[in-house]
Structures are given as C-alpha cells and as structure tokens.
Design a protein around this ligand. Sequence first.
Ligand code: COI
Length: 364
Amino acid sequence: MSLTFDVRRNPTPASEERRAAIHANPGFGVFFTDHMVRAVWTRSGGWGDGRVEPYGPIQLMPSAAVLHYAQEIFEGLKAYRHADGSVWSFRPEANAERMQRSARRLALPELPTEDFLGSLRALLAVDEPWVPPAGTGETSLYLRPFVFASEAFLGVRPANEVTYCLIASPAGAYFSGGLKPVTLWISQHYARAGAGGTGAAKTGGNYASSLAGQLEGIEHGCDQAVFLDSSTQTYIEELGGMNLFFVTRDNRLVTPELTGTILEGVTRSSILELAKDLGLDPEERRIPIEEWKEGVASGEIREVFACGTAAVVTPVGELRWEGGSAPSTAGESGGEVTNAIRSALLDVQYGRSEDTHGWLTRLA
Ligand code: COI
C-alpha cells in the first residue's frame, strides 16, 4: 500500500511579499519553503507515519546512527513553472530509482517510486506558490529528498529506524558568479571515491570526501576540483558534485564512463540522449587526464563543460595542476556547443520546446 501524507499546515507561513523578495534573489540552498515531508521506516513495520508538516528543526538523539556512521543518502531535482502556471519536474522517476540504488549500497530501505513521487506532489500541494514565477530566468524550486539512519544506537549495523524527509528551496544560479567558466584544479592528493566504495551512490560521505580537494583547489585560485580514479590517478572521474563532458573537433561528445565510482547523473544521461538531436556523437569511455591537457594544446578538444541538476550546464575554463595549466577553451561565457546543450535542456525543463523524450512529469 502506498504512503499517505497527513497535512499539518504551518500556522505562520511566509507572507507573499517575503516570498516575492526571495524569488527576486534566491541564491542556492539558502531559503526554504513553509513545509517539509517526513516519513519513518522501521524494520518491523516498513514505511509509515507520512506527513507534511511545518519546515523546522528535526529532533534527533545525539546517538542517532547517521551522526556517527553517515548512513545517509539524498537526491536533488527541481520543479519548474511553465508559462501557463503549471509546475513540472524533470525525470523524477530517474531520481527515485537512483535513490533506490543508493539505498541498496548504504544498506538503507528503498522508498518505492510511487511514494517518492507522492511525496513531491504532497509537498507541492501546499508549497506550490514557492515555485518561482515563469519568465524569471532560470529560477526553480530545488527539491531535496533525503533518507537517514535515525535510530538511536551506536553499534555498527544497518539502522532499524530510518527517516525520509523532503525539503524545498527556491533556487537561482548555483554559482554566484553566474554563467562564468569555472576554473578546475586536478586533485592529486585526494580521491573522491575508490573501487567497490560508494562513489556511484548519492551519499553525503562522497561530498565530504571531495571537500579537502576542493579547498586545495581554492588555495590555488580554482573554483572546483576534478577527481581522478583512485587506483591509478590516470583517468578523469568527476568534479565531486558534477559530471564532465568534452566536445571534440569532430563533434564527438565524450564523457567518463560509469565505473562504479562516478555518480550516475540524471543531467549526464539526458545530455547523452540530447547529443544525438544536436548532431553530436556521444561517447562514454575512460579518459586519461593527459588527453585533456594534450587535447586543449592541439585543438582536438573544443569545449569542456560540467553538468548537474543544480548548475545545469557550466562551462569549464582553465585547468590547473601542480606545476602547470591548460588554457580555457570557454571564452567569456562558454562555447557554442556547451550553450546549445544548456539551452536545449532548459527549453525542455521550462516547457519552451516540445518534450520529445517524455521527460516531464506534472507536479501541480
Ligand atoms: C547536482 O547538481 O545534482 C549536485 O549534486 C549538486 C548538489 C549536491 C548541490
């Protein structure tokens, strides 16, 4: 039986003026809507106690397993308002299924797809006015589902009590500089994930382990770090929060193949499908970091970009490493192919072009 969500309305919701002020300048991940969804799973009873309740602090025992052993997963997707006022999300089933795969890797219970989608609809039923108005550029409502071990127990084993939450946050551009190419640092001392580890799962630990590399990059004047395979330090993996793509001189669109250590990005897989519509030849394979350095020098690599739900498609500029750098191929605001892919994705998401792949699901 599918989960139901009892609604307990926030007695002090934000005023219309406050919401409008947030929509005018949402930033990323700073402001949150009036409500959240919560459900609890127990080993004996399965999923239950679904509710929509006022957004606010979660009470946890200091011994809650997630705080000690990081048994946690999350997702990220967006709700977009179309010109007719309707609200849509982009391939939410793909997020639901990825959350199930992440759950299996982290020994957490799987939330069925219909309950994942049900929770999105339940939250949007009360917080729909928080989806930014159409025609305000690239603003959307970022949806953050997450699952964590809430059982108060310090033994190391899969938790017997787990909590699912969904929160939502109006979002503008992920990078505060707007659509400016990001400079990348090759992380040679720190890996993000290793063979057999949790790299393909969307779990907080992967993001935590990317931070030291990112800090090192910032110390070298870069915006983000690019991680290499931990076994040989040879092959390009991802940025920690985004997948990478290369556009070649002969219109191939090349991205690191999924090896189990890379996040299976929904934006990544959508771009691989869109590539064909745009006359590009998609290619998934292992890409040595040397190929990037040499390809920029020889002109074989025309453009590099990063992608993810939050930042959509972001041009990549200069690549730096200890003792060297490769110049940007991105110009002031990204190459032609990068921007064509970015527009093609956004046009589908905001309902400005036909959804020929059947990627949109109406939420409100
Ligand atoms: C995404 O863009 O999907 C990400 O994973 C970035 C997010 C963790 C802020």
